[in-house]
Design a protein around this ligand. Structure first.
Ligand code: UDP
Length: 237
């Protein structure tokens, strides 16, 4: 598999063409941003953790019968993925209140929701990713009604898969963000699943083991990323 022209550079990853037009080469970076790009920095070896941890989660999700874009790892920092037409939405699933939901509802971080919640955000940095619902998605033509429903159902199913793995690793899954795309008319999970896109709290101490350590200047950022990777690997043996 050959890495060809850079097609797209995002905040955390670079996407390259390959010699096969249905596949992209994704290179994970150490760059970290928060608050819609206002805060910038680097998290040493984040690219390696996020690439390999995402691969582990994608494999488990595939085993449960949910298609993903993941094909195989190419190196510690690179993976090969199926090319998707991305649906321009962030699908956020929450088990425990944190972040923007705590602010929006005026509820303390850590409040345990009686059932998981799913939210949709329209991906647009200029607008600050506004929250939308299924009817906006269909009316704006971002996805069909069927696909809008499917990505929310898949969000709940993926939540159960991730909670089970992380539970074995002594980690509570507070919330996370997914992105989906379409290939041959079918919905596939895309993007990544990592401490950049999830909130993980230690089940015993409730210590934050995710990007909130960077967002909120809590220190020991690299250590938290490495710790999650180490524990998830051990939980999957
Ligand atoms: N999230 C993300 N990218 C975004 C926004 C949110 O990966 O652009 C993740 C975030 O890490 C958290 C979940 O989605 O795990 C819910 O984030 P929230 O809405 O609370 O927003 P935040 O507090 O990150 O602004």
């Amino acid at each position: 598999m050959k890495k060809l022209a850079l097609r797209y550079e995002g905040k955390a990853k670079r996407v390259y063409d390959t010699d096969q037009s249905d596949y992209f080469w994704v290179a994970y970076k150490d760059d970290a941003t928060a608050f819609n790009g206002e805060k910038k920095g680097q998290i040493v070896d984040k690219g390696e953790v996020n690439n390999q941890l995402s691969a582990l989660f994608f494999e488990e999700i595939e085993k449960a019968g949910i298609p993903t874009h993941f094909v195989r790892l190419l190196s510690e920092r690179d993976m090969l993925v199926r090319r998707l037409d991305m649906i321009p939405l962030e699908v956020v699933v929450r088990n425990i209140v944190a972040g923007s939901l705590a602010k929006r509802l005026g509820v303390e971080e850590g409040f345990i929701l009686s059932r998981p919640v799913v939210e949709l955000y329209y991906k647009d940095d200029k607008l600050g990713d506004p929250m939308v619902n299924e009817s906006h998605v269909a009316a704006m033509g971002w996805a069909s009604v069927e696909h809008a429903r499917e990505i929310q159902t898949l969000g709940f199913r993926i939540n159960e898969i991730l909670k089970k793995i992380l539970g074995k690793a002594g980690i509570d899954l507070i919330d996370f963000k997914l992105e989906f795309g379409v290939a041959d008319g079918k919905v596939l999970l895309g993007d990544e699943i990592s401490p950049d896109t999830c909130r993980y709290w230690d089940s015993e101490t409730h210590e934050k083991l995710d990007k909130d350590r960077f967002r909120r200047d809590l220190g020991r950022v690299e250590e938290a990323y490495q710790e999650v990777f180490r524990r998830v690997k051990a939980a999957l043996v």
